[in-house]
Design a protein around this ligand. Sequence first.
Ligand code: SF4
Length: 965
Amino acid sequence: MTLRQEQVNTSPIVSDEVKYTTCYMCACRCGIKVHLTDGQVRYIEGNPDHPVNKGVLCAKGSSGIMQHLSPARLSAPLKRTGPRGSGEFEEISWEEAFDIATGWLGDIRKTDPKKLAFFTGRDQSQSLTAFWATKFGTLNHAAHGGFCSVNMAAAGLYTIGGSFWEFGEPDWELTRYFMMFGVAEDHDSNPIKTGLGRLKTRENTKYVSINPVRTGYSAIADEWIAIRPGTDGMFVMALIHELLKSQKVDLDFLVRYTNAPWLVRSEEGHPEDGLFLRDEHGNPLAWDKNQGQPVNALLPDIVPELSGVFEMPDGSKARPAFELMARRYLEQKYSAIEAAEITGIPAQTIRRIAAELAHAAFEQEIELDVAWTDWAGRKHDKMIGRPVSMHAMRGISAHSNGFHTCRAIHLLQMLLGSIDCPGGFRYKAPFPRPCPPGPKPTGKPGQVNAGEPMPGPPLGFINGPEDLLVNEDGSPCRIDKGFSWEHPFSAHGLMHMVIHNAWAADPYPVDTLFLYMANMAWNSSMNSQGTMEMLTDIDETTGEYRIPHIIYSDAYASEMVSYADLVLPDTTYLERWDCVSLLDRPISTAHGPADSIRQPVVQPDRDVRPFQDVLIELGARLGLPAFSNEDGSAAWPGGYSDYLVNHERMPGIGPLAGWRGADGDQHGKGDPNPAQLDRYIENGCFWKHDLPESQQYYKHANKDYLEFSHSMGFIPSSDQIVMQLYSEPLQRFQLAARGHGSVQPPEELRERIGKFFDPLPIWYQPIEESMVPLDEYPIHAITQRPAAMYHSWGSQNAWLRQIHGYNRLCMHRDLARELGVADDDWVHVESHHGKIKAQVRTMTGCEKNTVWTWNAIGKRRGAWNLEDDAAEGEKGFLLNHLISELLPIDDDGKKRRMSNSDPVTGQAAWFDLRVRISKAEAGEQVSEPQFEPIRPVPGVQKRPKILRFGEQFLPKGSWRRKDQS
Ligand code: SF4
C-alpha cells in the first residue's frame, strides 16, 4: 500500500511568474516574492536577498493571499444614504466621489483650512500625507503615532538622536546581554525573531525580558521578569542607582559622546537656572581640569570635570550635568529596596541584574581590529564594544509616564557606554540625527491662512515654550491639542483625541474629518462606544451631525466604514505602487540605509483606487501647490508612481534614494531618474547601501559616517551628535512653570508642567492609577499583540482567524483562585469608565495582579463582512470599552478633565488601566457589550460560509473532500 504522504511533492512548481514587492501584513516591511499562476496570486514567499527579513516570512506574511482575496474588500466608492452607523450606502462613481470631496474640502480651504482634520492610521506614506496637509494648509494632521509609541520615538530622538525599531537595533551578532522591555509580538516582528534566534544560538549570551506577560518573545527569554505595569522606569532607575553606587559606569563614553560634562547653571531663582552655560557663540561650556577654567565643551581633547561647583568669571555658579544626574539616582528613593516595593521585582534580583549588566559591559569588552576616525579627525585603530543591548516598545510607551521611562532606558545605555558600539544598540540610517531634533511644527497663529499652504510641516519637535502651537491666551491651536501646554512634545499628534475634541468643539469645531486606515469606530480609539456615539451625535442647534462630514478611505469594510459619509475604497497592498522612504520610516539596518517600493503585482478587479493616487488627484483638483501646475493641470498626472520618481522634497532628494540621476548612477541625492522604478524592480523592489567597516559603529561621532550622512541629506551638517543625558528643552518648561520666560503656561496647568517636566528622567505613578481608588480597582489590565495578527486586519483573514478566532481574558491562576473563577468562566471587568464581559483563561506566565488579552481580535458583529455569529463578535471582546480618552473626574468634579495621555508627549496611556473583576453568569456565553450587527455595505462579496482558496489551480478531476464537492 502506498501512503498518501509519499505522494506529496514537496517542491512543486507553483507558478508561472514571480513578482517582487514588499509585504504589508504588518509594519515590518519584509521583502516578498509573489508567485502568480495565470495572473492570479498563488503563493507568497520571503525574499532571501532582502535586508529586513532575508527570506523569512511569518504566518501573516504568507497569509497575504487571503488578505488580498478578503470578502471584506470594498469594491466601489460609497455615499451614505441612511443615518451614520446604519451601513446604508449607495455605490457612486469616482467622479461623483471626487466632486463631493472637493466640494467639502474646497470650501474649507477657501475659508478656514484648520477645519479639516486629516488623520491617518497605520499607513506607510506619511511623508506624502504630511506634505499634502501642509499644502492644503491645515495644521490638524497626524498619523497614529500618538496612539501607538510616540513616547519611544520622542524620548529617543530628544536623548540619543535615535530610538528603537526603525531607528536602531541590537547588534545581534555581538551582543552578549540583551534586555527587552515591554515588547509584544507585532512590532519589528521578523527582525526580532531572527535576531533572537541568532542570539540564542551563541554561547555565553543572556536574554532578559521585562514584561508583565510572558508570551512570544518573552517565552524564550533566559530570564523573564514579571514587572508591574507602569513601573519599568523605577526598575531602570534602580539599576542606574546600583551602577552608580558600584562606580560601574563608562566615564570615557560619557565625556566623549554625551552632555555629561556640560555645565548647568545652579542658581535657584535665576531665570536661567538649570540651563546650560554657553559662550558668546552659543557653545555649551565645560570646566577643563587642566586649564582650570570654562571652555567650549564641544572642543576635542579637553579634560572636563564631571563633578563639583564651579564659579564662572561673571560670578555665576554651575555644576556638570553628570553630577546632577548622579546625585539624583544615588538618592535612597531609587535604591533596589524602594524599587522592589513599586515594581514587584525583588531587590536582590534588581541588584543581580545591575551586576550582570556591569559584568557584560565592562568585563566582556569587545575589541574589533577596525580603524576609524572620530569627528575631530583623531584616528583610532580599534573599535571597543560593550556587548549590552536593549530594545523597548509599546509596553513602555503606552503609559502616562512612558516618555521618562524611555529616557531612563537611554540613560542606562549611555552609562554603560553601549550605544552604537560593537555588541550594543546600533543606529539605523538616517539616524542618528541631532538632538534636540528638528524641524519645528507649524501652525502658530498667522501660519494657517485661508487658501494658502502652511510654511512648514504640521508635526515636528519643539525646543521650548516659544515653539508651542498656542494662541496668545495659551489655548491650543490644534484640534488634538498637540504642541500645547497640555502635551508640549507631541511629535506625532494625538489621534486618540481628535473625535472627542471635534465632537466637543474644544478648542473649536471642525467641518470635515478625513481618515485613512484608522479604525476609530472600534479598536483605534479609547472609549469605543462613546466614540461611536460622538460620530452619530446631532447638534441640536443645526440639526446636523456635530462632526458634519466624514471621509474615510480603507480597503476593507471595517467598523469605521459605517460611520463615514463618503467612502473612498483603497486597493490591497498587492495592487498598488507604494514607497517605504528614507523621508519616512525606512527599512534601513545598522549596516546601512535602505528603502523599498511596492509594485502592483496584480490589477484590481474592482472599482477601487490606491489612496495615494486619490490624495494626489484630490490635491490637483483642489489646486494645491506642488500638486497642481500654474495652468491648473495636475502636477503628477501619473499618480503616486509619478510622484515617487519625480517629486523632490529638496533639490536632489526625493521619496526614493536609490538609482537617482538621469543615468541612475547616483544614490541619496540626484536628479529624478525616469527609469528609477524599473531599477528597483530589477533589484527585488529595494535599494540598500552597505556601509564600509569603518563607518559601522560610533555613527554619532564617526567622521566618515557623519560626512556620508550629510552628503545623503540625512543631517544638516557633519558635526558630532552629542547625546542629551540632561535635557535642556524639558528644563525650559520647568522654568516656565516657575514663572520665567515670556511664554507662560495657563495658571491651571502651571503645577502640572512643574511636576512632569524634569531635565532628568523621573518616575511617577501612572496618572489614571493615581486618580482611581486602588482598593476598588486593584488589578492592572493590558493588551498584547499576537505574532499572527496585525491590529484589526487579521480577523478578516480566513487563515489567520484559525489561529486567533476570539480572545480570552488571561489571568494568573493565583488571581483566578482568589476571584473564585476558573478556565472558561465568564467575568465582568469594570473600570472607572465602563464594564465588559469576557471569558477567562488562566495561566502562570503573567504578573499576578495583571490581566491581559490579545488586542483587536474582538470585532463588532457583522464588521469586516464576518457572519453575525462569528466568534470574533460573539466571544471576542475589546478592552478599549474600559479605557477612557479622558482622565477620571477629580474628587470635586470642578477641574477640567485632561486627556488620558502622557503629559509630555500626549501618548495615549491605554496601559494605565485599572479594573476590578467579578464572576458573571455565563448566560448566552456572549461577550459584552454587544451592538447592532453592522450590515454588509454595497459591493462586498456575499458572506461565504467556507472560504476556499486554490481549487482553481488544481488539475481538473483532482481529489477533493466529498463535503467540498
Ligand atoms: S513580519 Fe510583517 S512584513 Fe514581515 S512577513 Fe510578517 S507580516 Fe509581512
